[in-house]
Design a protein around this ligand. Structure first.
Ligand SMILES: CC(=O)N[C@H]1[C@@H](OP(=O)(O)OP(=O)(O)OC[C@H]2O[C@@H](n3ccc(=O)[nH]c3=O)[C@H](O)[C@@H]2O)O[C@H](CO)[C@@H](O)[C@@H]1O
Ligand SMILES: C=C(OP(=O)(O)O)C(=O)O
Length: 416
């Protein structure tokens, strides 16, 4: 089992180029299935989750060629509608293939998806919406069998702006008969990226980025070329590394607009953040201020995927911070591990009270999920002594070359 060994205390300085977004590339790879043609997708990050998605697509028949960080993907040869259970259970995003395969073949067999354990992650909104569009879905023993004689456009009111449900509906709707309206849709930048890919492929989608999306069904889609947007959560993680180590990091290839809520909260801690086109610079403060309330919300609110990293930052701030995790039921598993490093954190359901301490202490800790794992690495960078982060396969799901990038910024971290 691989682990990271970190000797804390180094100030991080330098530049990092931000790679393609995990939460964009996964639905877009799923979306390539709808056309049955060849698409060329650029800026593919080297991530475990991308490997899993590639393995699922290859298993059902797609031909994928890797070329300089891009994928040329031909989904024409796909001839299976039964997704491999062991792979689906490894990754949440596999569920987005449901909308794509229903659109293309009118049938899909899939197990409930896996992914990070951050509380119950039901898919009721996905299923309710696809049923409303005419899918017949049988659920038994953790398996779903979905069939349709043709999806139909309809008016869907989402109870919550779920990212995955919005993506599944979009994929089902692009070639459905008639017009689909999604109300209370998720507004994340990755949804806009999906719209941009699909519209280049011939879809007629309007409104992504707002909470009402209108999709006019078209006869068929084509292949196209598309570049994945930069990963705002990876960027945010390095920004927190700069703040915690009182360093100075410049991130290249970012979309500043996507990072506004993170920038605002970092400024509250006293960090100096400046932006210039697709670059962002963070200078860590001498004294890290606490944040009165940090509340996670759907975009454009503060992202739940940055909550753990901020908890790590606030654990060494001056004062007390309240974190309110409103998106997921149980996303504080990192709190217990940070406590092993000396942090003073109490959790009460979806609320955490973080009382800042002067310094964390190195310890043996365990990554229980992706962002929680990244938060422990951040803690290790500033802890007194040695930190060992175990179970790092979670971190590799979402960060390309994490320890190598941190080394290039001056961190004393190795992967053994
Ligand atoms: C691959 C990907 O893009 N993952 C992101 C996506 O996950 P994901 O698409 O799973 O997140 P959702 O927006 O769907 O989930 C948000 C909340 O809605 C609930 N819910 C969701 C669907 C449903 O049918 N019923 C239901 O109750 C979930 O349990 C959760 O509490 O958005 C999350 C919220 O920004 C991010 O943390 C994840 O990194
Ligand atoms: C929770 C996350 O991912 P997923 O939805 O793929 O589990 C994440 O990226 O933080």
């Amino acid at each position: 089992m691989e682990k990271y060994i970190i000797h804390g205390g180094n100030r991080l300085t330098g530049e990092i180029k931000i790679t393609g977004a995990k939460n964009s590339v996964l639905p877009i790879l799923a979306a390539t299935v709808v056309s049955g043609k060849t698409s060329h997708i650029f800026n593919i990050p080297k991530l475990k989750d991308v490997e899993i998605m590639t393995a699922i697509l290859t298993h059902i028949g797609a031909k994928i060629n890797e070329e300089n960080g891009s994928f040329i993907i031909d989904t024409g040869p796909i001839d299976k509608i039964h997704l491999p259970e062991e792979l689906v259970r490894e990754m949440r995003s596999s569920i987005i293939l449901m909308g794509a395969l229903l659109a293309r073949f009118g049938e899909v067999k899939v197990s409930y998806p896996g992914g990070c354990e951050i509380g119950p992650r039901p898919i009721d909104l996905h299923l309710k919406s696809l049923r409303q569009m005419g899918a017949i879905i049988e659920e038994s023993h953790g398996f779903l069998h979905c069939k349709t004689t043709g999806l139909k456009g309809c008016d869907i009111q989402l109870d919550y702006p779920s990212v995955g449900a919005t993506e599944n509906i979009i994929l089902g709707a692009v070639t459905a008969k008639g017009t689909t309206i999604i109300r209370n849709a998720a507004r994340e930048p990755e949804i806009i990226d999906l719209q941009n890919y699909l519209n280049k492929a011939g879809a007629k989608i309007k409104g992504c980025g707002s909470n009402i999306i209108v999709i006019e069904g078209v006869e068929s889609l084509d292949g196209c070329a598309h570049r994945i947007i930069p990963d705002r959560i990876v960027a945010g993680t390095y920004m927190v590394a700069a703040a915690m180590t009182r360093g100075e990091i410049i991130l290249k290839d970012v979309v500043v607009e996507h990072l506004q809520s993170i920038v605002a909260k970092l400024r509250e801690t006293g960090s100096v953040v400046s932006t210039n086109k697709d670059k962002i610079r963070v200078i860590g403060p001498k004294t890290i201020n606490s944040i009165e309330v940090l509340q996670t919300l759907p975009f454009p609110g503060f992202p739940t995927d940055m909550q753990a990293q901020f908890m790590s930052l606030l654990s060494i701030s001056e004062g007390t911070s309240i974190i309110n995790e409103t998106v997921f039921e149980n996303r504080f598993k990192h709190a217990e591990e940070l406590t092993r490093m000396g942090a003073n954190i109490k959790t009460f359901g979806k609320v955490a009270v973080v009382r800042g301490i002067k310094e964390l202490t190195g310890a043996k800790v365990y990554a229980k999920d992706l962002r929680g794992g990244a938060a422990l690495v951040l803690g290790g960078l500033v802890a007194d002594g040695t930190t060992e982060v175990e179970n790092i396969y979670h971190i590799k799901r979402g960060y390309e070359n994490f320890h190598i990038n941190l080394q290039s910024l001056g961190a004393d971290i190795s992967c053994i």
